[in-house]
Write a protein that binds this ligand. Sequence first.
Ligand SMILES: NC(=O)c1ccc[n+]([C@@H]2O[C@H](COP(=O)([O-])OP(=O)(O)OC[C@H]3O[C@@H](n4cnc5c(N)ncnc54)[C@H](O)[C@@H]3O)[C@@H](O)[C@H]2O)c1
Length: 357
Amino acid sequence: MTDQPPVRAGLIGCGSISSSHLKTYKTCGIELAALCDRDISRAEAQRDEFGAPETPIFDDHRELLQLPDIDFVTVATPVAAHVPITVDALRAGKHVACEKPSALTVQENQQVVREARLAGKKVIFFSSRMRWGMATMAREYINNGELGEIYRVDVQYWRRRGRPGIDIIPDAHWFLDMERAGGGVIMDMGQYFMDLVMDLVGWPDITSVYGATFRGHDYDLPADVRFDVEEHCTFLAHTDGPLTFSFDMAWIAHHEAKNCISILGTEGGIRLGGGEPFTFYQDKGAPWRWVDTTSSWKDRVGGGEHAYREFIQAVRGDDTGVGTTPEQALKLTALTQMAFLSAAENRVVTPADLGAL
Ligand SMILES: NC(=O)c1ccc[n+]([C@@H]2O[C@H](COP(=O)([O-])OP(=O)(O)OC[C@H]3O[C@@H](n4cnc5c(N)ncnc54)[C@H](O)[C@@H]3O)[C@@H](O)[C@H]2O)c1
C-alpha cells in the first residue's frame, strides 16, 4: 500500500482492448478521470461499465487533454492515431501509455522520441506485454550466463484462423487496412515477439534483413473494406555480432497453431511458449549427458498489469527504465519496416535503406 494519491488517467479509444485497460486500472488503483472515443456511444458504454456517472466523456482527444488533473493517458486507438495523439498528449504535459505497435513509420516513431525528451514525460508502448511470466525465467538463465554466447533466436507463431477483422474481432476492419494498421501479422502479434526477444538479448543493432510476406487466403468482406496487409511474414535479421534472428508469423495457416521461441547459446538453450513448459536444455559433459530443466510455473499477473505497475512508479518519479520505451520501439519499427521493404523488393535491406535512424 502507498500513501501517495492515486494516479489519474484518461483513456482514449474505447474499443475491444479498452475493457482490459480499464479492468487493469481498477486492479492497480488507477483513477479513471475521463474517456474519449470518436464514437461517443463507445465512450458512454465504458463509462457505464467502469466509470462513475459523472466521468467526463469526449469525442475529441484534444478536449480530454485540457483536463488539468490527468497524469497520463492510455492510447488504445487504431495504429494510425497512436503518434498524433501521443504527441498531443506530451505537448499537453501528460505521460502516455500507448498500445502497440508504436507507429506507422520510422519517422513517426522518431517524432515520439523527440517529443518525449522535450516534454520530459514518460511514454511506454504495450509491446512489452510478453516480457513477464516465463520470460522472467529466461532472463535469469541469460543473465546468469548459462546460455554462453547466444547465436540464434527463432520465433514461430502461427494461427490456424486468426485474422482480426475477418476471423476474430470481425468489426475491427482497420486491422486489414495498411493505411490505418501499417501492416498485418507483424504489426499485430509480431511486435510482442520482437520486443520480447530483443529485450532478452539486450537490443542489439540490426544490420540487415531479408524477408517475405504473403496474402492470398480466402475471405468474405463487404466491398468497401480495404484488405491490403500481409497474412504471413517471414524474415531473417542479422545483428552486428554472431547473433541472428528468424521470425515466422502467420494470422492464418492450413496447419496446427504454433507458438514457440527458441534461444540457442554455446552453453545452453531455451524454449518458451505455446502453453508448453519452459525448458532449459543443457549438455552436462561428455558423452552427451542431457540435462533438461522444465518448469510449469505460471505467472498469474498479466503483462498489462506488470506494465502499468511499473509505469505508475515511473509517473511518480521512480523510473526503473522498464516498458517499451520510444527508443526501443524505434528499433522494432525499423526492423518491421526493413522486413516490409525487403519483402516488397526481394532483396537484403539495411538500416541505410530507411534513411537516418
Ligand atoms: N483487440 C485486441 O485484442 C488487442 C489486443 C492488444 C492490443 N490491441 C491494440 O489496441 C489498439 C486498439 O485495438 P482495438 O482492438 O481495441 O480496436 P477497436 O477498433 O476495437 O477500437 C478502437 C477504438 O478507437 C476509436 N478511435 C479511432 N480513432 C480515434 C481517435 N482519433 N480518437 C478517439 N478514438 C478513436 C474507435 O472508434 C474505436 O472505438 C490497437 O493498437 C491494437 O493493436 C488490441
